[in-house]
Design a protein around this ligand. Structure first.
Ligand SMILES: Nc1ncnc2c1ncn2[C@@H]1O[C@H](COP(=O)(O)OP(=O)(O)OP(=O)(O)O)[C@@H](O)[C@H]1O
Ligand SMILES: [Mg+2]
Length: 399
């Protein structure tokens, strides 16, 4: 059970927060009058004799300056509490807010699902800080799984697989997943997830975000499926400003904050993709049922073996599978010389979902494609490898 305290003058916002909490956060909400913003933090925190709050929401309707002053003191006296600022914040306010110990910024117009996601994260972060405060300083922090989704050839379904994987993992680990669009020139993760990002990967690797994980989080977009996204730069020319070193640092930073970092890539073996592979725990190879894509994968695998850039765990996804391609899975496996792990059949529901900007795993469509995409997601469940009947690689079948 979490406790939320809100100081706002906007009754309608207060109601949205209450609806967000009632819709799945199992907590109680206490609203304090505007005057509380000038009060002492201990009076706010100890309003109720029960458990102290986990999350305090300041605004809208209160003075941002006063809210930031209060946040600074709360951060010093009660660092385990997550303070959220609900205000229309310009970029300079974001940085001041981060420095004041504000954990997140919420748009006052945010809808209920967005508020819920943010509050859920704030609770998780409060819980992890409580744990952190009671763990020895020299303890090693666990880092998340870094999953690179790759293919030597274009148009084989990388973005489809990556967005569905992220959304599917978001159902297992809400708020524990971030998808990164490394197709820096023509990335379409934003459109695949119907996001209109305020900030992009370029903002995340330059300036303050590059050195501070909390600031970096402020540059991520929040997707309704409980997943964070770092979208590709808006202008293809901006891709040149992003170096392989930027990507190395970014991926490492995200892996300290998220359980799963799913990286969608451009076709081929760009320096950015190679920088990701250096740190990736998993690679998902996507190939279509056509000779150029199959041969391309064999060549790509050979190059990576030579470079010594083979992540610990490999998953091969054969996409666009259909019985009329003049090839079967054995033909494919004979050429790539490794087993196919998951087969995603050709399905008209997939382009439909792409055009709508909602991954089919989020829509809950039931067909052979979603069934097998779920199988791919299951491979990343923490205890998957320990289930003895599930070998890492086994013969896949076209259903
Ligand atoms: N199994 C499938 N059945 C039918 N259509 C599919 C399937 N998988 C992907 N598609 C469609 O194929 C198109 C290309 O897919 P996607 O954008 O995921 O490929 P990509 O590998 O990311 O391409 P690029 O290399 O350009 O980034 C999209 O319109 C998508 O909806
Ligand atoms: Mg793509």
């Amino acid at each position: 059970m979490s406790r939320f305290i809100i100081i706002t003058t906007v009754a309608e916002f207060d109601q949205r927060v209450r609806a967000a909490v009632a819709g799945g956060l199992h907590g109680s909400v206490q609203t304090l009058p505007e005057s509380a913003i000038n009060g002492a933090p201990q009076d706010i925190v100890h309003q109720d004799p029960g458990e102290p709050p986990e999350v305090i929401i300041l605004g809208p309707g209160v003075s941002v300056d006063e809210a930031l002053k209060l946040a600074t003191v709360v951060d010093l006296q009660f660092p385990e509490i997550s303070v959220i600022l609900a205000a229309d914040a310009a970029a300079n306010v974001v940085l001041t807010a981060m420095r004041s110990g504000i954990r997140d910024i919420l748009s006052p117009g945010a809808d209920i699902p967005t508020i819920r996601i943010l509050l859920e994260r704030a609770c998780l972060s409060a819980a992890s800080r409580r744990r952190g405060l009671s763990t020895p300083a020299n303890s090693v922090r666990e880092t998340g799984r870094i999953i690179a989704v790759m293919s030597p050839k274009g148009g084989v379904g990388k973005t489809t697989i990556a967005t569905n994987l992220a959304v599917g993992l978001g159902q297992i680990a809400p708020m524990g997943v971030v998808i990164v669009d490394l197709d820096l020139q023509f990335g379409d993760v934003a459109s695949g997830l119907s996001l209109d990002p305020e900030h992009t990967l370029l903002d995340a690797v330059t300036g303050a975000a590059a050195h501070d994980a909390m600031v970096l989080k402020a540059f991520l977009s929040v997707h309704s499926g409980g997943v964070y996204a770092l979208c590709a730069p808006r202008n293809p020319s901006e891709a040149d400003l992003v170096t392989a070193d930027h990507i190395r640092r970014l991926i490492a930073q995200l892996a300290t904050e998220f359980k799963y970092v799913v990286v969608d890539t451009a076709p081929g073996l760009s320096e950015h993709a190679l920088a990701t592979l250096e740190q990736a725990t998993d690679v998902v190879w996507v190939l279509g049922m056509d000779i150029p894509s199959i041969k391309g994968l064999r060549t790509g695998l050979g190059i990576l073996e030579e470079l010594g850039l083979v992540p610990q765990v490999r998953h091969v996804v054969l996409n666009f599978a259909n019985r009329h391609a003049g090839l079967n899975i054995q033909d494919v496996e004979a050429t790539i010389r490794i087993p196919v792990d998951v087969v995603v059949p050709h399905s008209s529901a997939i382009p439909f979902a792409t055009n709508k900007g909602v991954p089919i795993l989020q829509e809950g469509v039931r067909n052979a494609a979603t069934k097998n995409l779920r199988r791919l997601v299951e491979r990343f469940e923490p205890d998957w490898g320990s289930q003895t009947h599930k070998r890492l690689h086994r013969r896949a079948v076209v259903s």
